[in-house]
Design a protein around this ligand. Structure first.
Ligand code: GDP
Ligand code: IMO
Ligand code: MG
Length: 427
């Protein structure tokens, strides 16, 4: 019953889509367990490029069943347009399963997300504006709308009324916006019911039965460890648990079933949105990483902030997720630098600190302590095995592995499916 979790070890955009797609052909189920269409997962198959937001990357593998678990927040309009976009490109999406317990991102939650950010002004989080935070807030406040509610109009109306009761007060009195009409929301949501019906299932039962039948299940994280609501750089985080434990609650599978936890780790660091980022570069090296790495958000089109690799963060990800392996991505982007700095510790108030400080104020003024590793200039995009890499690239990978606390079992040397060096098999 091999269940694997694949998640972001940094601030998102590590290359989870590519890594998931790579394994997709050998696994039976790929499950999203948290987040929503704030994610942007790029998968390159041959000359085709796909940007997936809500759908699990396994949807591109014909033998795999994609699952949207109970922990995900679902915007039905985005889901349906993503499905039809893939259908137009010849991808069969009929196997998709959606948990009836997943919460719906309602139009008013998208509004609240945008209005709240505007109101926060310079203190804003820099959210993707997709309604993620307000939808999880409604879930925790017990005024959320679930997928199953679409099939009982009377219950749905009562729930939308309850949710809008307070929200309309806030929208009109605090934010100076028009109130949102219950009927209009109900009508829109009911309009999705029939279209989504073929996909709605008891995904907890399906996945647990699959594991009993020795099927291979892969949980695909959205976002990343440092964006986790509990373990990330709060409040500059997303509103769910991308960390490994989130796979259990977000899919209804017990922790005893998880056999492997793979952290996707970029060979340097990026971040989108606001919040602390010790190794961030504001010079030409940062610009070069952004240019060569194509570091532009898949969801919002925003430029990603770029910086050197941070081993303190990687060690932290190993710890909070219980990582068994790393998949190191985008090593090819570092080709051409004569020397590559790597952050091995922080300096906080004149003291060297080896681990991520729990105090937000300390982290905000943590200064990176760098060690510099020799770079390489040879093209590595055709490398198929570790020994094909130039010696300095091998040493860079080995150094990162030693600092990060888990074996690097695969290395990405380009965006394509086949541009990967496999060191230890994941299955
Ligand atoms: P995700 O959100 O973690 O799935 O990552 P994104 O798709 O947002 O961003 C990762 C970007 O890097 C995408 O454009 C991928 O196609 C690309 N990518 C993934 N792995 C590699 C790699 O090893 N080398 C290069 N050059 N690009 C990669
Ligand atoms: P993938 O899955 C990078 C960031 C946003 C913002 C914060 C909160 O592609 O790695 P939210 O809309 O979730 O309330 O925004 O989280 N963020 C991401 N950053 N990759 C992502 O997803 C992200 N999803 C959310 O930029 O700082
Ligand atoms: Mg992304």
């Amino acid at each position: 019953m091999p269940a694997l979790v694949l998640l972001g070890a940094q601030w998102g955009d590590e290359g989870k889509g590519k890594a998931t797609d790579l394994l997709g052909g050998s696994v039976d189920y790929v499950v999203r367990y948290q987040g929503g269409n704030n994610a942007g997962h790029t998968v390159v198959v041959g000359d085709q490029k796909y940007a997936l937001h809500l759908l699990p990357s396994g949807i591109l593998s014909p033998t795999c069943t994609p699952v949207i678990g109970n922990g995900v927040v679902v915007d039905p309009s985005v889901l349906l347009s993503e499905l039809s976009g893939l259908n137009e490109r010849g991808v069969d999406t009929s196997k998709l399963l959606i948990s009836g317990n997943a919460h719906i991102i309602t139009p008013y939650n998208v509004t609240v997300d945008k209005v709240t950010e505007r109101f926060l002004g310079k203190r804003k989080i820099g959210t993707t504006g997709r309604g993620i935070g307000p939808t999880y807030a409604d879930k925790i406040n017990r005024v959320g709308i679930r997928v199953q509610d679409l099939y009982d109009e009377s219950i749905l109306t009562q729930k939308v009324e309850a949710a809008l009761d307070v929200k309309n007060q806030i929208l009109t009195k605090l934010y100076n916006r028009r109130a949102i009409a219950v009927d209009q929301v109900v009508e829109e949501l009911v309009g999705y019911a029939e279209k989504l019906a073929p996909y709605v299932a008891d995904t907890v039962l399906v996945l647990n039965q699959a594991l009993e039948d020795d099927k291979v299940v892969l949980f695909e994280g959205g976002q990343g460890t440092l964006l986790d609501i509990d373990h990330g750089t709060y409040p500059f985080v997303t509103s769910s648990n991308p960390t490994a434990g989130g796979a259990c609650t977000g899919a209804g599978v017990g922790p005893t079933k998880i056999s492997r936890v793979i952290g996707i780790l970029k060979a340097y660091t990026t971040r989108v949105g606001a919040g602390p980022f010790p190794t961030e570069l504001f010079d030409e090296d940062g610009d070069a990483l952004r240019r060569i790495g194509g570091e532009r958000g898949v969801t919002t089109g925003r430029d990603r902030r770029c910086g050197w690799f941070d081993a303190v963060i990687a060690r932290y990800a190993t710890r909070v997720n219980g990582l068994t392996d790393f998949f190191l991505t985008k090593l090819d982007v570092l080709t051409g630098w004569e020397q590559i700095p790597v952050c091995v510790a922080y300096e906080i108030d004149g003291k060297r600190v080896e681990e991520l400080p729990y105090s937000q104020s300390d982290f905000h003024h943590a200064k990176p302590v760098y060690e510099t590793l020799p770079g390489w200039s040879e093209d590595i995009t055709k490398a198929k095995s570790f020994s094909d890499l130039p010696k300095n690239a091998q040493n860079y990978v080995k150094a990162l592995e030693e600092m990060s606390g888990a074996p690097i079992s695969a290395i990405g040397v380009g965006p394509g499916r086949d541009e990967t060096i496999e060191i230890n098999s994941f299955l």
